[in-house]
Write a protein that binds this ligand. Structure first.
Ligand code: GAP
Length: 531
């Protein structure tokens, strides 16, 4: 069951250390986030899966890691200086600034319709280069990783002797000065992209475009984002980016947002290599490009069969790591009732929820919007309390709710019931899970149990290269819940029998079934079950 809302995911990410707002201690920076201890593991696992599938599992791909700063001429000839714009409007009443196509003619802040005409706003960040504050001594932070690949096309070709078709894959940071960053990780100002520029013979581009669409959909499926939850949008000609001949946008059904772009698969013809080449008139380009008087290279490929130089066409699958991270979490998210809560416990929570709701409804410090939103959400939860009881935490995390004094009491009575009768579980594919295994000693004050559990941890982590954690900070049931919530596929308990016969119990995250196996067979067991 996918997550019900982005707030639900954001709350989990904050609670368990997947994502932190950047520079939190100074009030944050809008549209910028940090990946915490679990977030960095999940993110790295996503990137590794992408790299394995697109580079190692194919024999037509090279990797690259180009720099973020590039000569600014790259962005002149790529077309970004002129066209990488969003339409900006100002609200004359409250001075708010908005992206015109994201609002419906009304200022989202004060509701006024007194807005300026939209004007283009270039989204590239500039930074000074070198110690002299000269107006010309600047560079852009790259808004896409793609141009680093095009600029290195000749270098890669001459050092690898590749024949068409072949691709160059790259993962790296990109920066966009979004007018209104929003929706958690979905629209941010600093993010990572996983991009491929796949170079093909002109004329074979349409077939390759279709093949890449299929390949990319199967990768999404392999990481737990099924085809049934992705719509392929064939972007109408009028809406295509300046470089594109045709683009398929993969639209994922995000909680709260609905279908939004998770990846673009563009057919870029010979626009980019042609734009960055000198002597363009001699190249027979299909795309319309601006004259280039600065490049020192002709980005062509020598076609031996036909004894001619050609400018390859390009297919570009480009996905954002953060948007992928959100989709993976959303698909994996599940809240389950482990056993039916007793009627008296539900009644106690019901009473505290009623008191909280009344307190919100008459609180004058909240804005009307905040009050209505919290009350509406509390009503949804109350309408099916036994099933939705864990959602009380999201109600308590809504803007304004933290200022309600009786909210603390509500949390206090809810939490023990949630711990006893429910669990949040991330059904992550084992290859993506931040921790593969968690090891617990049955008693933390028994040296022999602790020694054996820690030995298993270091053996799996160091010798088997599986991220494994040790925990002895609670009762076993509570430790299981904690690992379920972050998607750890296997929990291993070391008990007194383990000291005698070297066996341990392994508990499966999804089925909650336990098996007893030899500790020496753990690595093999986990590998087999993770396939
Ligand atoms: N090189 C092509 C390119 O950059 P794009 O559609 O602008 O194309 C590709 O971006 C992907 O990068 C998007 O599908 C999305 O996943 C991600 N992306 C773009 N802007 C983003 C933003 N502001 N925040 C998070 N991810 C973003």
């Amino acid at each position: 069951m996918p997550a019900a809302s982005l707030e639900q995911l954001a709350s989990l990410c904050k609670r368990r250390g997947f994502i932190f707002p950047s520079s939190d201690i100074y009030g944050g920076l809008q549209g910028v986030f940090d990946y915490g201890p679990l977030g960095v593991e999940l993110k790295n696992n996503i990137i590794n899966s992408w790299w394995r599938t697109n580079v190692y599992a194919r024999d037509d791909m090279e990797g690259l890691d180009a720099s973020i700063l590039m000569n600014k001429l790259v962005w002149k000839y790529s077309g970004h200086e002129e066209t990488f714009n969003d339409p900006l409007v100002d609200c004359r009443q409250c001075k708010g600034r908005w992206r015109a196509d994201h609002i419906k003619g009304k200022c989202p802040s004060c509701g006024s319709s007194d807005l300026t005409e939209p004007r283009p706003f270039n989204m590239m960040f500039k930074t000074a280069v070198g110690p002299v504050a000269d107006s010309d001594a600047f560079a852009y932070l790259r808004p896409e990783t793609a141009q680093g690949i095009f600029a290195n096309f000749g270098n890669v070709l001459s050092t690898t002797s590749r024949k068409l078709p072949f691709g160059i894959a790259q993962v790296g940071k990109a920066f966009r000065n979004e007018i209104n960053p929003r929706n958690f990780l979905f629209r941010v100002r600093e993010f990572e992209q996983m991009e491929i520029e796949f170079f093909v013979m002109p004329g074979s581009d349409e077939a390759w475009h279709e093949r890449w669409l299929e390949d990319r959909l199967s990768w999404w499926e392999s990481i737990g984002v099924p085809r049934s939850r992705i719509q392929v949008y064939d972007v109408p000609k009028a809406d295509l980016a300046h470089y594109s001949k045709r683009t398929f946008d993969l639209m994922y059904d995000y909680p709260t947002l609905g279908y939004e772009e998770i990846e673009g698969i563009a057919s870029r013809s010979d626009y980019d290599l042609g734009s960055h080449s000198r002597d363009q008139e001699s190249l027979g380009l299909a795309a319309t490009v601006s004259p280039n008087r600065d490049s020192v290279a002709k980005l062509t490929y020598y076609d031996q069969t036909n004894n001619r130089h050609v400018v390859p066409f390009v297919i570009e699958p480009s996905a954002g790591v953060g948007r992928c991270f959100l989709a993976v979490l959303s698909e994996a998210y599940d809240e389950q009732m482990v056993k039916e809560p007793t009627a008296d416990k539900v009644e106690t929570v019901q009473a505290a929820l009623d008191t909280f709701r009344k307190s919100v409804a008459r609180n004058e410090k909240l804005t009307g919007e905040q009050r209505d939103a919290i009350v509406a959400q509390a009503d949804v939860v109350a309408s099916d309390l036994a099933r939705r009881l864990p959602e009380i935490e999201q109600v308590l995390s809504m803007p304004g709710a933290e200022s309600i004094e009786v909210g603390k009491k509500l949390r206090g009575v809810t939490q023990p019931v949630v711990d006893e009768f429910y669990r949040t579980v991330l059904h992550l594919k084992p290859q993506l899970a931040p921790n593969k295994v968690a090891v617990f000693p049955l008693k933390r004050n028994n040296d022999d149990l602790v020694r054996m559990a820690k030995g298993i941890r270091s053996d799996l982590q160091l010798n088997a290269n599986m991220r494994t954690v040790y925990d002895d900070t609670g009762a076993i049931g509570k430790l299981y819940r904690r690992q379920d919530e972050i998607g750890t596929p296997f929990c291993v308990t070391v008990d007194f029998q383990s000291l005698e016969d070297q066996t341990v119990t392994v508990r499966d995250r999804d089925s909650m079934q336990q098996e007893r196996i030899l500790a020496s067979e753990l690595e093999q067991y986990v590998r087999e079950k993770s396939r």
